[in-house]
Structure formats: structure tokens, C-alpha cells
Design a binder for this molecule. Structure first.
Ligand code: DLL
Length: 437
């Protein structure tokens, strides 16, 4: 099902025409009204009139997170302050937060793309949707909320946390769909077990829409089996609009359709900046072509994935992005080898005795000065009670499996159920205490 088939199933030539018109207007507007873009284009020797086709976007300079920081809080805005109607911010680990402003037009776009995403996930006006993303400066809560209302679903603004109450709401109100981070739904699964909830009898959940952090296919299986639902991946970032930049369809669950009438997507080689062919893995870059608050030109997301341009069974013509492997800045370089935490996760999730909770510790070995990697894994209840199984044997199996995938050895430590931290929002599974070299 599609909310706006007139856009979602547009022919590619029609879509490209629309994209070109919007892009041309945007470049002219930002060049005229935002000093940062005028300077940046001038420095690069390009003018809006150099855009003769969509391909020509490549001639324009990138925008980085640092540019948002340097222009804190509103210097990148295109709109006048009187036209701002919402402000979100991302905290960021270092320095100033980045601030995003929305006009009425932008909130409408956001509701539309979130409404499309929830519709594509199979949610309708007959459904009750529990939004367990955090509400606040983070865009997850309000984004999913407005999308749910856009499609006339009944929205419960539960926000994150208070897991027992979340389960009570799911059960008592007969909730059909939930939106939260994949790590939080796993934590809710534990709570449901603790409360002796019979997932099949007590709950009416059929859909989960999960995002805001990377999660692999194996994690999807654990969630789908655990809750007996379809688990749909949704992607977005505050700078571009929030959740709803791209979302999987229920039919295929294979790649997230990018709302290309609003967001132009490119994949680039993160080192050279060169634009890659569809299918090649690289960093995702977005240009927002219809926002009026704080539009961004060729924004470097740092997210690594690849584009799928083949037609999809659902009939949408928007290209898809594959599940995100991770952020280039989350990539660990351990003893010179590039490691994405999702690679380790994929090994762990393939094993039925592993509860879906793990932590990755990277440190410096005191004696050798070399990088040391330790993965702590929680075993599930059945496994722990099965004392006949040899834990050491399991540890060495996991060590070998992880080495097979990432190419370096690590220490695996199996830990007791409920001993690892749980997350209500985005998980932080990597603790890196290495001294900076
Ligand atoms: O996480 C917006 C969002 C909320 C998306 C709810 C989906 C659901 P930020 O806090 O600005 O915004 O973080 C954006 O999160 O650049 C990715 O690295 C990561 N991310 C978001 N969605 C996914 C996903 C929100 N489905 C950053 N898979 C992005 C992998 C994701 N990573």
C-alpha cells in the first residue's frame, strides 16, 4: 500500500524532471540567501547556472557536520526566523550540538514521508501505534508521532523507557504496531518474558518499525520470531529531516525506499569524494530538494551502504538503500584492520544460545601495547540452565566465528543473563578505552 502513489510510483523520467526543477530552484535560493553556500560555491568555482542536468550536482561542494557546527545555531537557515515552527537538535558527543529548523512546509514533508513509511510498513488508520522512540530534541518520537497521525492511525506517545508500562500499554490497549530502536524492542522482549506475557495470546502486535541505529538481518530474525511481527527498517537523520528519509516496504523488506522526490541520494567514495555507481558500497550523501527551513546540499552522512536500483515488487519506483552497515566514524580500526560492530553482531545473532545482548570492549594491552578486543555475550536462560553444555567450548567457537568474519582474534567472555546494559534509545555497544595514538 502507498500513501502517495502519485509520487511513490512516478516514472523515473517524470521523477528526474521534478528533481531537476526542485534542485535548480534550491541552488539559486541558497546561493542568493545563505552566505555560507555563496562562499562555498564561489570557492569551488561553481554557480547555480552550471547545473544543466542532475549529473551536474557532482560539481557542487559537499556540506559537513562541522559546517553546521561552525554556523551554529541558525546561520545555515534559508528561511526567516519568523517562519521557523520547530527546532530539533542532535547532542553530538563533542562540541556544540547541531540545530535543525523546520518551517510549516518542512513539517508537512516530514509527516508525508513518515506517513508513507508507516503505510509501506503495512500500518493503516485501523491500527493503534505505540511510539516508544524518545520524544524531545531527538527526532524519533515526534517524527513517528506525526506520521501516525498523518495516516489517521491512533498514536500512543509512550516515549522511551518505563518498560513495564510499555508492555502494559501494548497488552491492555491491543496495540498493533510499535516504533522504537531495535535495541529497545529487544529489551522489551525481556520485560515481556519477565511479566509472563504470552506473545501470541496477550498481544495484537503485527508490525514493528525500527531504526536510528544499525541492525542486521540476524537481529531482525530474533525480533520477528520473539514478537511474532514483521520488523521494518526505517532510516533517517535529523539534519535531513529525521526518520522517514527512507523505509522498507512490507512486501519486500529488502532495502529502504528513499523518498527521492524530497531527498536526492548519492553514494561516494568517502576518501576521494568520487561518486560511485549504484550497487557499489560507499558513503551516503543527501541533498534536500524541497525543504525551506535549513536545506542541505550534498550533506555527508558518514553512513556506509549501497544503492539498489532494480525495480521492487511493491511497485514503488524510488531507489532503495541497503541496510546501513555502520557509520564510517563508528568503524573500529583494530590492529590495523577495519571492523564494523555490525559484523560482530551478525556472528553472534546466528547462534540460538545467545541472547541478543552484547558489548564490545577495545583497549590497549598493558604489556604489548597492542589493541585488545573483548566481546561480552549474554547467554539466554535455556543455555545457562543447561549445565551439561561446555561453556568453554562455546567461547572458543565464538572466538573462531568472529575471527573468520573480521580477520582478527578477540577474547570472548560469556556472561550471565541480565548482566549487560540495556538501552532505551540508541545502543552504545562499543567501549573504546585505547589511548589515542
Ligand atoms: O536517528 C533519526 C531516526 C529516528 C531514524 C528514528 C530512524 C528512526 P539522528 O539522531 O540524527 O537521527 O541519527 C542519525 O542514525 O546518520 C545513522 O548513522 C543512524 N541511523 C538512523 N537510522 C538508521 C537505520 C535519527 N535504520 C544517524 N539503520 C544516521 C542504521 C541508522 N543506522
Amino acid at each position: 500500500m502507498q500513501l502517495q502513489p502519485e509520487f511513490e510510483s512516478m516514472s523515473r523520467p517524470e521523477l528526474q524532471k521534478l528533481q531537476f526543477q526542485r534542485l535548480q530552484k534550491l541552488l539559486e535560493n541558497v546561493y542568493e540567501k545563505v552566505p555560507f553556500y555563496r562562499q562555498s560555491f564561489d570557492k569551488h568555482g561553481v554557480k547555480p547556472s552550471d547545473l544543466k542536468s542532475l549529473q551536474d550536482l557532482q560539481k557542487f561542494p559537499f556540506t559537513y557536520k562541522q559546517d553546521l557546527r561552525d554556523n551554529y545555531p541558525f546561520n545555515l537557515a534559508l528561511a526567516d526566523k519568523k517562519d521557523f515552527v520547530r527546532i530539533h537538535a542532535s547532542s553530538g558527543t563533542t562540541g556544540k550540538p547541531t540545530v535543525m529548523v523546520y518551517t510549516q512546509n518542512d513539517l508537512q514533508i516530514w509527516s508525508d514521508v513518515m506517513g508513507r513509511s508507516l503505510t509501506g510498513a503495512g500500518i493503516t488508520s485501523n491500527d493503534i501505534v505505540q511510539v516508544a522512540f524518545g520524544y524531545g530534541l531527538f527526532t524519533g518520537g515526534l517524527g513517528a508521532h506525526c506520521g501516525g497521525e498523518r495516516i489517521n492511525a491512533a498514536v500512543i506517545p509512550a516515549s522511551g523507557g518505563n518498560s513495564k508500562r510499555q508492555i502494559t500499554l501494548l497488552k491492555d490497549l491491543g496495540v498493533n504496531a510499535i516504533c522504537c530502536t531495535p535495541s529497545y524492542i529487544l529489551s522489551l522482549l525481556d520485560t515481556a518474558k519477565e511479566l509472563n506475557i504470552d506473545i501470541h495470546k496477550d498481544l495484537k502486535l503485527r508490525t514493528g518499525v525500527f531504526g536510528a541505529e544499525p541492525w542486521g538481518e540476524e537481529m531482525r530474525q530474533k525480533i520477528e520470531q520473539g514478537f511474532n511481527i514483521k520488523a521494518i527498517d526505517i532510516y533517517g537523520l535529523s539534519e535531513i529531516i529525521g526518520p522517514g528519509v527512507a523505509c522498507e516496504c512490507r512486501e519486500a523488506q529488502h532495502g529502504m525506499h528513499v523518498n527521492e522526490d524530497h531527498f536526492l541520494i548519492e553514494t561516494i567514495n568517502p576518501e576521494t569524494g568520487e561518486v560511485l555507481q549504484p550497487g557499489e558500497q560507499g558513503e551516503i550523501v543527501f541533498t534536500t530538494i524541497s525543504k525551506t527551513g535549513m536545506p542541505l546540499i550534498r550533506y555527508r552522512t558518514r553512513d556506509i551502504t549501497r544503492l539498489i536500483t532494480e525495480p521492487c515488487a511493491c511497485g514503488r519506483t524510488f531507489h532503495r538503500m541497503q541496510k546501513v552497515i555502520g557509520r564510517s566514524d563508528d568503524m573500529l580500526i583494530i590492529r590495523g584492520v577495519n571492523v564494523f560492530p555490525t559484523q560482530i553482531e551478525s556472528v553472534l545473532m546466528q547462534n540460538k544460545e545467545v541472547a541478543p545482548h552484547y558489548m564490545i570492549f577495545v583497549s590497549t594491552d598493558e604489556h604489548s601495547g597492542m589493541d585488545k578486543l573483548e566481546v561480552q555475550i549474554e547467554l539466554n536462560e535455556e543455555m545457562f540452565s543447561d549445565i551439561t553444555k561446555n561453556l568453554q567450548h562455546l567461547e572458543s567457537n565464538y572466538t573462531k566465528d568472529i575471527k573468520d568474519i573480521i580477520g582478527i582474534s578477540c577474547k570472548v567472555r560469556l556472561v550471565e543473563k541480565n548482566s549487560l546494559q540495556r538501552f532505551e534509545g540508541k545502543a552504545q555497544r562499543v567501549i573504546d578505552t585505547r589511548k589515542k595514538k
